[in-house]
Ligand binder design. Sequence first.
Ligand SMILES: CC(C)(COP(=O)(O)OP(=O)(O)OC[C@H]1O[C@@H](n2cnc3c(N)ncnc32)[C@H](O)[C@@H]1OP(=O)(O)O)[C@@H](O)C(=O)NCCC(=O)NCCSC(=O)C[C@@](O)(CC(=O)O)C(=O)O
Ligand SMILES: [Mg+2]
Length: 289
Amino acid sequence: MERLRRSMMFMPGNNPAMLQNAGIYGADTVIFDLEDAVAVSEKDAARHLVHNAIKYLKYPCEVAVRINHIQTPYGLEDLKVVLPAKPDLIRLPKAESARDIEEVDAIITEAEQTYGFAVGSIKMMAAIETAKGLMNAYQIATASPRMVALAIGGEDFIADLRTTRSKEGRELFVARSQLLLAARAAGVMAIDSVFTDVNDEEGFVAETKLIKELGFDGKSVINPRQIRLVHQIFTPTEKEIEHAKRILAAYNEALAKGLGVVAVNGKMIDTPIVQRAERVLAYAAAVKR
Ligand SMILES: CC(C)(COP(=O)(O)OP(=O)(O)OC[C@H]1O[C@@H](n2cnc3c(N)ncnc32)[C@H](O)[C@@H]1OP(=O)(O)O)[C@@H](O)C(=O)NCCC(=O)NCCSC(=O)C[C@@](O)(CC(=O)O)C(=O)O
Ligand SMILES: [Mg+2]
């Protein structure tokens, strides 16, 4: 079972209190933002704060940095300052082509060699935030072996579509589905966008249930209150675990009798259903670790 990334929590890279406490809320990944949550006048201070936080504070989770796009005046400097601290993951926003990924990948490789880190140890993910990026999503996801995930940046994406955000996310439905297909074809994770109203618990839960049903592996979040809700939705329930165990037991019994197919509670069990049951159990075990 690959690493869990149910919750990836953003925080502005220029907020020392948030960086200091980032590890206490139980997010699977924390994302120190150098991009849109940080004003231009604060970019430099934020880079150094993020460098020091990664280097001197010990986080019990994956640590990611969202850099500015590599073709902005800030992206290269972001990498130069944060890479020596060895973040686990670099998140590239507004990715539009494989070239964007290759450029960042080459800079990371050079830094790994310079600082004596194993080459390939710093992972990458890309956020798709434009229609052009979505059209190239598979090429983006496969542009480097460092790539572990594609995310959708819904707020920018909706701006690019020239529409507005509906509560049900109708305008994002096709993009979410296409991004998921690209991620699955590339063998990387799919991470959903942020839900910006931190006081709308009902809306957040509804959206998280929807993206889990679509097949996403997790969600970007912006507030500690959203973490528990995502984890509850993504963690298999006792009922689901028991059902998965019954499926595997029945299937193994059928195999022992030389049968390839069997029924549990009147429903046919065959290989893909067994694979899904195995994934439920592997997921439940990964959550406990
Ligand atoms: C939303 C709000 C202002 C609400 O503040 P509130 O004050 O009402 O929060 P409270 O709940 O009262 O906080 C209770 C306690 O938790 C602490 N606490 C809160 N949030 C924390 C956190 N995130 N990390 C650590 N600690 C945290 C807080 O310091 C306090 O600590 P304490 O005082 O000790 O009790 C705040 O959460 C916040 O700033 N969020 C991060 C926003 C951000 O990073 N945006 C950029 C990324 S999105 C984007 O760019 C769009 C995107 O690109 C996305 C894509 O690509 O996917 C696209 O296009 O869609
Ligand atoms: Mg964005």
